[in-house]
Each structure stands twice: as C-alpha cells, then as structure tokens.
Design a protein around this ligand. Structure first.
Ligand code: ACO
Length: 319
C-alpha cells in the first residue's frame, strides 16, 4: 500500500500588513526587510479568524479538489503551535466544523516543520493500511505570538493555513518522508505558553529568537537534509521538478536550492506576500504551485521545512 496526494487547498486572511506599515510601528525599513528576508508583506488574521477557522477553509478546498466528502476522512492531523485552546485539540474542532464524523483527530507540534511531521504520520498510517484518507493541515497565527514592539520577529511572521488529503494508492505518490529533531537548540527559538505557573505570565508569552544563529543552523541542516533525501533514493538533483520549501527567508531557500544546483525558477515561492506562516507555509506553497499550473501530475517534488525545537523534515513526492 502507498499514499498519494489527492487534493490540496489553502487559506490566507484578507488583511495585509506591508513593510511600509511596519516602518510606522518599529525601527525597521522596507529595504532592510526585503534585502534580509525577501518579504514585502504578510497576511494577518482578523478578530473572527484563528487556527481552526483557517484550517477549515483550507480543508474544504482540499476535500473539493480530492472529490471527497468530510465523512470519507479517517484521520485529521493539524500541525500548529498557535491554537486558541490547549485542549480540545484544533484537529477535534476542525473535525466538528467539517462534519468529519468518522475521523480520529489530533494535533502535532513541531513549529515551522510541523506540516512535515504531520505528513509523515499520515503516510505511515496509510502505508500500514490503517487509514484510507487522511486530512493533513498546517495552520498558524504566529503574528499573535510576536511582541508588538519586537522588530526581530514582527517583520517575519504572517498567518494562514494549508491542507492536503493523502489517500491510499496502488503506487507511490508520497515516496518517502524524513523527520529529525534536536532539543539542544531550544534557547535559540521558541515561545512560552501562558500558563498558571508563576514563572510564565501571559505578557511573557512571546516568540524569542536569536535570528542569525537560527539562520546558520537552518542553512546547514536543510542543505544536509535535501542532499540526504536524494541520496537515500540514488537520485541526481536534476530529477526534482519543483522544490517546495518552508518560506522563512529567501536567503535560506536560495542556499538550499544551490545545494541542489537547482535554479530559483524551479522553486515555489510565496514568502514575498505571505511572510513566514510557520506550519502552514509548505502546504500553502504546494497548493499555490498546483493551482497556478506549475506543478503537474507526474512531477517529482521535494518538500522541506525547518523550525523551532529544532525540528526539520522533508518529503519526496511523485505528484
Ligand atoms: N529591521 C532593521 N534592522 C534590524 C532588524 C529589523 N527588523 N532586525 C535586526 N536588525 C539589525 C540588527 O540589530 C543588526 O544591527 P547591527 O549590525 O547594528 O548590530 C543588523 O540588523 C543585522 O542583524 P542580524 O540579526 O545579524 O541580521 P541577519 O542578516 O541575520 O538577518 C534575520 C536577520 C532576517 C532574522 C535572519 O537571521 C533570519 O531570517 N534568520 C532565520 C530566522 C527565522 O526564520 N526564524 C523563523 C523560524 S525558523 C525558520 O522558519 C527557519
């Protein structure tokens, strides 16, 4: 038994926040943000939007593209680190709102790499014959975890959701997934949960990040990751039609593409207008590439992401 992608979807809030608007809020400039990150604007969830509402909208598109009803879904996995509730899980709320009454639903937490972890779990359940159709979602509102006066994080993050349906198939679609983590880097990137503990008050629950140190490890780990993924299958870099990377920073993506000797024309980019949407970034980019016709059935894709934990992962896909 194998798994394949049977449908994709994404959702971005309509509210835009441009670099020029950020210049009014903190000591930064449009030029600095564009040159250091490649981001021009990001979308910000409105008061009526959250991880669950965005996940539901993205999932409805993915189900329609897969020509499946919500009741066909056996499992829902939401990758997120910014849901409204500690419990119930965002996935249980998505299950209820979609009417996916047959599904088992749960969240996974691996920050910006969360979607790769969720996809890996889905792939294992389908390959083992335990599930036929799994809805895999990445949804995050990291703009709400950025301290309003912290230029280090404020310029990077935006909100959104992406989803795909992975379905059982006769031949490989999701060829392989590869996930890794290393907790020794926890001090470089994270966000505390507001809790009842005296040491963490709500006001202290913002993203902390040592950006340039994160940058160096991300470039190193992602370079190793994409090379190892191809070597695992004995594939040359030019076997890949599209790189679908986590959209954190143009320079990180460029370094990864360079390792693969891949021209930037073969890289799906959204970060210029989405910013870093954390767990949503890979499925948003994937859906954008599919809907605008660049990614076609039969193409070979390499998906990758890196984030807090640190956690990182890839997937090789015959679309
Ligand atoms: N606007 C203007 N100036 C700034 C800003 C800002 N928003 N932020 C920092 N600066 C200043 C710094 O103070 C520093 O000034 P100095 O030279 O006078 O000391 C200068 O710009 C350079 O700062 P660096 O941190 O060295 O800049 P760098 O080139 O590393 O770029 C950035 C910073 C964009 C954060 C980069 O390191 C990065 O993208 N890192 C990865 C972080 C990331 O993506 N985190 C998200 C989760 S993990 C992931 O998704 C991969």
């Amino acid at each position: 038994m194998f798994s394949r992608i049977s449908g994709t979807g994404h959702y971005l809030p309509s509210q835009r926040l441009t670099n020029v608007e950020l210049e009014q809020r903190v000591d930064t400039s449009d030029q600095w943000i564009r040159e250091r990150t490649g981001i021009r604007e990001r979308r910000i969830a409105g008061a009526h939007e959250n991880v669950v509402t965005m996940a539901v909208a993205a999932s409805q598109q993915a189900l329609a593209a897969a020509q499946l009803a919500a009741t066909d879904i056996d499992m829902i996995i939401v990758a997120t680190t910014s849901a409204e509730h500690s419990f119930p899980s965002a996935a249980c709320e998505v299950q209820e709102q979609l009417g996916a009454s047959r599904a088992v639903a749960f969240d996974v937490s691996a920050a910006c790499a969360g979607f790769m972890f969720a996809l890996s779990v889905a792939d294992q359940y389908i390959k083992s014959g335990m599930a036929q159709h799994v809805l895999v979602i990445g949804s995050d509102v990291l703009s709400r975890l950025c301290k309003p006066d912290d230029r280090n994080t404020l310029v990077l993050f935006g909100d959104g959701a992406g989803a795909l349906v992975a379905s059982a198939a006769e031949k490989p679609g999701i060829v392989s997934t590869h996930i890794y983590s290393d907790g020794k880097y926890a001090s470089l990137l994270g966000a505390k949960l507001p809790s009842r503990s005296e040491s963490v008050v709500a006001n202290d629950a913002w993203i902390y990040m040592k950006g340039n140190e994160v940058f160096k490890v991300a470039v190193q780990k992602l370079s190793e990751l994409v090379q190892d993924t191809l070597q695992h299958h004995g594939l040359p870099p030019d076997a890949i039609d599209w790189l679908v990377p986590h959209q954190a920073n143009y320079r990180i993506i460029q370094a990864t593409a360079k390792k693969l000797k891949m021209p930037m024309e073969q890289v799906i980019l959204t970060l210029e207008y989405t910013g870093n949407t954390s767990a949503a970034s890979v499925p948003i980019a994937l859906d954008v590439g599919i809907r605008d016709g660049r990614i076609q059935r039969g193409h070979k894709l390499l998906l990758e992401a890196f984030g807090g934990g640190f956690a990182w992962g890839s997937a090789l896909i015959d679309y």
